[in-house]
Structures are given as C-alpha cells and as structure tokens.
Design a protein around this ligand. Sequence first.
Ligand code: F6P
Length: 546
Amino acid sequence: MTTTAPPRFIRCDQALAWGALQGHYEAHGRDFDLREAFARDPERAERFGLQAPEVFADLSRCPIDVAGTRLLIELARQCGVEARRDAMLAGEAINTTEGRAVLHTALRAPRGAAPFSDEVHDELERMLTFAEGIRNVGTSGIRDIVNIGIGGSDLGPQMAVPALDAWTHPGLRLHFVSNVDGHDLAQVLRRVHAHETLFVIASKTFTTQETMANAETALQWFRDQGRSDVERHFVACTAAPQVAAQFGIQTTFGFWDWVGGRYSMWSAIGLPIALAIGAEAFRSLLAGAHAMDRHFAEAPIEHNLPIRLGLMDVWLRNFCGAASRCVVPYHHGLRRLPAYLQQLEMESNGKRVDLAGQPLAQATSPVVWGEPGTNGQHAFFQMLHQGTDVIPVEFILVKHTAHAGQWSAEVLQRLEAQQRMLLANGLAQAQALMLGKTAEQARGESVPTAAPDADPELIARHRTFPGNRPSITLLLERLTPRSLGALIALYEHRVFTAGALWGINSFDQWGVELGKAMCKDLLPRLASGDVSGLDAATAGMLSRLR
Ligand code: F6P
C-alpha cells in the first residue's frame, strides 16, 4: 500500500514562491555581502531581530534581504506550514509511515489544554512524586543515579542535567551510560556502590540492543554485590511496561507511541532530569517549552521564531548551499547541546523521499555539529574563518551566570569577569566571521610571530580573512529550567518547519534499521567465523577481528 501526502501540503520546490526565491537568489542572494547590507540599511540589526519567549534571535547576519524574507514567509504560507502545525498540535497522525500522532507538545501543556491530558498529568505526578522521594537522600539512601538508555532515551537528560547544574541536588551524582561498548558501563560501575545506586533503564521499546545489554550487565553486577532488592534499585521509563516487567522491573514510568524518542525528554524519559533538579524545576522546564509551543501555535509567521528559523535553514541549505551548520553554545552547561541537536535534526530531517515516497529535488538536513565556546575557537574555528567552505555558525549566548555554591566576593567577582570574557569572545567570533580582514588591513599590521625572513606580502595573504560568513545568534537572559525548555522547544519546532517545507516525514527513522539488521546477522558470525555470503570487504575485516 502506498501512503500519499495529505493534499493540502505542498512541497517547497512545487510552490510558486520557490521559483520566485530562485530568481531572487540569483539577483540578490548569490553575491550578497553582509557588510554592504549593513552599510545600506542602518536598521538591519533591529529588522532581523526576533523575540520569542525566553529567546531573542538575531538573524541579521544571514545572507538575505527584506524582499527575500517576504518570499520565504510566502513560501511557508503556500506550503501549508501553519495547517501542518495545527494538524500536529491537534493530534492528527502526521507521522504517516508509522501511523502515529506527534504530540510531544501535549507533554508540557497544562492539564486540560491538550489531547491525552489526564494520562499525561497522572503519569507526570507519579514520576515527580517518585523523584522527590529519591531526592530525599536521607531516607532513600540513593547517592548515584545511572541512566541506561541511548539516542532519545539518553541525549535529552544527558544534555539537560549539566545545563541545569545550578539547580541539581548536591547530594546526587548522575551518570549516563549509552554505548554498547562495555567500557561505558564499566567505568561507571567502578565508581558506584550497589546499595546507594538507582538504575534507570530508559527505552521506549525496551528492545534496543545497547540498552538491553547494559541493563543485563548492570543487573548481573548488582547481584554480584550480594543484592537481591532489584525492585528498589531498578526502575524503567518505557512505552512497553509489559516488556520491562518481563525483565524483572516492577516500577515503571510510562509514555506513549505518540512521543517520538528524540522528542521524549518531557516524558518519563526526563526522570533523570527530575531526579537532578526536582519537581518544581521540572515543571518550570515544561512551562518554558509550553510557552514556546504557544508562540509557535499563535504568532503570525512574520514574528514566529521557530518558523522563521526553519525558513532560514531552508534558505541557507537549498539556496546558499550550506551542507553543514555549526552550533556553538557560549555556556559550558550546554556542552551536550550539539549532540542533542544532531539527533533532533539529522534523525528527523535526514530524509531523501517526500511524504508520498517520491525522491526529493532538493537537499534536506545539513550536518549539525559543534562544541561549546570558547573551546571550539581553539579547534575548528580556523576552518570556519579561513577554510574553503562557508559554514553558517549558530552562536548561543547567555547574558547572566548562574553559579551554584558558596563563593567569596573575590571569587564571584572573578567568575563574573570570566563571563564578560566569554561573551566578548562570542561577540568577536560572529563579528570576525562577518567582517573578515582584507589583504590591505593585513599588510598594515606588524606580525611579530611571522618568520623573520618571510615575504610580508605572503604573510598578508595568509592573514587575510574573506569575511561575509553567515551566523545566527540566539540570546538567553539566563540559563534556567524555563529558558532551557523554551530553547529546546524552539529547536523542535524549527526542525518541524524545515521538514514541513521539504515535504518529508520528520518523525520516522527508517534509516537506522538497516545497520541494526546487519549487526544481528554479523554478531553470531563473529563468534563462528562464518563469512559465507558476505561481501568481500566485510568478510575480510570480520576474519581479522577474530
Ligand atoms: O536510533 C534509533 C532509535 O530508535 C532512536 O530514534 C531512539 O531514540 C533510540 O533508537 C532509542 O530507542 P529506545 O528508546 O526504544 O531504546
């Protein structure tokens, strides 16, 4: 049976505005110069600034003018992005290949405000009550929490817990084990004691190879420590509670098939976050996400930040040819955000056919990558500034610090001074990418580090920066549970928007299946050495690995 796209949605390359955008790109985009654009329009920074709940975005350093932006907005209208958004929020089965609704927004809506409200809130209450009980470390006796999960059952909590370090319980240590490589689990087990450890087995399906292998090994280790009270030390977060029960886990926090793995940190999968920051702060995380959901649902496209960012992503990808986007959070707490966004964006939008199964005419998800600033500056920024590829950079700045702990006035003063250094670095990198440095400017500078006998003209060439390299800056006042919730929801809806424009299903992930199936076939062969029927490359390497 073939699945066809609902007729009211038009793929971007089939919309009238697409042709207009192509013409606009040739006339005003291909040779767009950011420096000239700012010189022409002193209002450009204000014009391309957008405020959404908790997040301000500066799109002024993207290579597009006002007329191009209007065409992009028209494109969103013609493609039915708003209708598709409304269908998602109403619980229509927009994940057509799996026949599922896509309702992660229902997980953060107040009671009564979204589909499945009672189930969602009842389970949330259960989970938060449990989390508070564990956080009472005097009575629970728990000191270490080991989350065992992978992909969407790992990356959200693994990203959010360090981001909200200032809110985390000082007496609890959170560990995240995901890799099937036993080194991941072993290095955690070496550091924890069974009697004060809670294992959270997080898996939507409760069948994922990595998670099951780690869970079984953890259980074996637990028993080896002479313990039998599995019910006190193992809980499951899953949409398959009966499978968890077969595994021997009694305490289960559930969620539903309409929550995609990479959209699940708001559900029971968020248990490690709730354990770390507590019920009140977890509610605040949900409230921040909900505020962004309302903005996404209600703001006209012109002022709708997730839609505007999704449109910009399509402009940069399909017109400007950017095959990659570098995400650089200038907050060390957000160090796992690039990894989180890799799954969110690349598993969602790394697709090559549209909803009707037709090959796409245009490119989809870029490679998303990054590291926190300032660390990245001492690694890959050389390539961003002077490499041969133009890679849009996303700067995430956080204005104010949130340092937990007791500090002397002197230390605090120093920490605040470091915050100014951090922000100055972020600002400078975006500025340098845009302005660059001409050969003329380079020639005028003295360069004490240059080889003494080097030709000054040659050195000037090496020290020239082309500039005109695009970036987006997102600004948060503070990194709090609420602002983190809003930021992540912003990314979710931005990914949705780009996917809707491309006409793809952003909510399935068939691309991860093939390797999984082949691994199943190869696993026994590694033991037996049977290479019959294998391609020569795999057979050769398998023999070497034995
Ligand atoms: O990598 C594929 C995937 O299905 C992800 O989409 C998902 O987040 C991850 O595996 C983990 O799946 P589960 O939560 O079922 O263990």
